[in-house]
Design a protein around this ligand. Sequence first.
Ligand SMILES: Nc1ncnc2c1ncn2[C@@H]1O[C@H](COP(=O)(O)OP(=O)(O)O)[C@@H](O)[C@H]1O
Ligand SMILES: [Mg+2]
Length: 380
Amino acid sequence: MSKTDIFGTAKRRDKREGSRTYSVSSSVSSSTSDPDHPDLEKKKQDLMAEVAALEKKKEDLKRKQKKLDREIKKRAGEIHALEGDSAGSQISFLKKNPTCRVDLDNIEISKKLPVGASGTIVYTCTVDGWNCAVKELSREKVDEGTEMAFESEISLLEHLPTHPNICKYLFHIRDEKTVRLFMTRYDANMDMFVSFKTQHDPSFFFEKQILARCSLDIVKGLEFLHSKKIMHRDLKPGNIFVQLGQRDEILKCVIGDFDTAKKVSVKNKAVTIIGTPAFMAPEVLTAGEHGSYDFSADVYSFGMILYVMITLRQPFQGDRPYLIPDQILKGKIPEISAQQLAVDPSYEGFGAMYKQCCARIAPDRPSLVQLKAVLAQLLA
Ligand SMILES: Nc1ncnc2c1ncn2[C@@H]1O[C@H](COP(=O)(O)OP(=O)(O)O)[C@@H](O)[C@H]1O
Ligand SMILES: [Mg+2]
């Protein structure tokens, strides 16, 4: 992606502004070029000098604005270091300082991140110096369905109030060829985190506190989505984004990737078979033909994420992919071995939670409120 693509819209705007400025001086020029009216000629000179002075002032103000923005950023960093809570302190600082502006003309795209399955590409980028991520869709390269899914993701995120456990939407840009969604940048997704850790440290496991905190983050994000009548429908470790600390430990989890998410009402039930097989609830696999599914389908998927965090393995790992749906429909879920549960006494509790969440019958699954209460106990 070239930078000119991104800057295209802004540059055209600048040109328009330029021509507006020019038309002021040209209209002055045409109305005062009469040599029979020297007073008008003088007025013209004065006005032109005034325009030039104003232009200079504008440039000075722009410079000052940039300097102030740099200062604000620096201070935000200092406050962040003092409070030790990155997202929270920055957000509260920005709330109290509405003069802090971001120059959207100053966007730099850098690294391409591992691709998902949606036909979009995600890059790391900076927006006026702030670390962000951009999810990009090339209209020419994808079908209409993919484009609609991405547009629906943008619209959903754009209208969703911010929540600490939901990937933060910043803004989007659209032109004839591409659609770009800018978000806060996270350090990795949960799949990447687990494979990185297990590759580098064979004795790695999620400590009780971290496991409970990650689970609580996901449950809280899910509770928020469901309160807005939104089903995620593709919850899996690849769609849980994590923020890491100095020692690569997880500080926070957020739910991301909303191109399969759906806003549902009582009349408008979910009947589409959508998701990633190993993380899909049985009723989702048979949706349409045998009825609909509801929010508890996301609880099932959360259960499978818990399985990954407990065992550090993918559910049904090693099984032939086409046999997985059959197992799920029979209510068979992967076992967690006694050895895997022996890692910490609290793992018994997490293991039980996994089984409850992945109950074959949807109403048998715990509510998010119940999950929160148990996780709070495990965290204590
Ligand atoms: N805001 C973000 N910060 C960091 N990485 C991200 C961000 N958004 C997406 N990614 C990375 O890009 C991958 C694909 O993005 P995702 O939104 O899941 O798209 P897809 O629908 O293609 O799966 C994610 O698994 C994640 O690793
Ligand atoms: Mg994804």
